[in-house]
Ligand binder design. Sequence first.
Ligand code: CTP
Length: 399
Amino acid sequence: MLKGKKIVVGITGSIAAYKIPFLVRLLVKEGAEVRVIMTPASKDFVTPLTLSTLSQHSVIADPFRADNGEWNNHVELGQWADAMIFAPVTANTLGKMAHGIADNFVVTAYLSAKCPVFIAPAMDLDMYAHPSTQNNINILKSFGNQIIEPQVGELASGLSGPGRMEEPEAILHLLADHFRSGLDLNHTKVIVTAGPTNEKIDPVRYIGNYSTGKMGFCIAEEAARRGAEVLLIAGPTHLVTYHPGITRMNVESAADMHAACIREAPAADMVIMAAAVADYTYAGQSPVKLKKGPGELTLKLEPTADILKELGTNKKENQLLIGFALETDHELENAKNKLVSKNLDFIVLNSLQDHGAGFGLETNKISIINRSGTVHQGTLNTKPAVAAEIIDFIVKNRT
Ligand code: CTP
């Protein structure tokens, strides 16, 4: 897949730079043509000599050539490349890329890119979690760049958490997948539901659940990145979307979500029900605030419509229906039963017994099961990476 592809590798000043010679070696071995560009700080972590030897081309680290003072042409490089991969990228460079601060050759080359751009951040977990870093990442995503999410693990500081740059082999696979599949959901209409539903009791109270919507939002972003036209039907959440290929529809209750799904599903090629829809609602909704009384308060709840089941019953030919199952015991057995009883094509299983998986976390761990019983067992990963894993499995196993 990478044979003859022209790849620019941009390195910035993080300890993870020590992994890049290996990435360059892997790319060259696959037949790619590689040009390495570096920030001045990155030269403290890995030498240009190592990289020029491995890439078989001289490395550019300065805007001007030291021998004759000539300009190093970042515009030409931007037009030459089939893909640019920036790895590792520090919090500092993320900020510069997000805001167009072109004070070194790496950022000028980034700003000149005419090709898909991959960015692999690497930093300590607190720097990574800082709203400033997250904001810059979101800005870069909104420009259409692909963020290679850092992995969860032990960091150079000795702390443990998200921030570790993705391994060179995984970056290589990602690039190969990009050239293989590219926009593999082009011309596909995908509905994704996400978040909780709120069932009103009175104007100031509701029955809700702990879902934040993060997993569903990541799936919507991933599907859009791969070319899908996405309708995101979202329950109450503060999350925002970035990709221009996503249309968002906000709903509040299970009944609202039901109405939206039933109305929109016939036009969709794929429906992914990641929302945590309430199973019961309060039918005696009061238009005024309930006053406390002397005794107990009993609220009678009524079942909501099972949206997924209804979509399964009315599924069009060639439409794919994907459900989620959140289980605490007999996980696989329960998930397989749901797959069959709701006429699904795939079911994504979340087990609350898995450490690092569940509501409100940045990470998740899932399994996916298809109709023939194939089980894909995922590993603990960031939610965007899990979203890519889910879409990959669906795309590879759809019939
Ligand atoms: N779901 C739905 N409509 C509902 C409730 C849930 O479409 N009223 C969907 C969810 O979006 C999810 C799937 O059903 O994709 C699984 O929800 P879950 O609550 O785990 O399963 P249930 O079938 O409701 O079974 P149980 O609560 O007994 O586990």
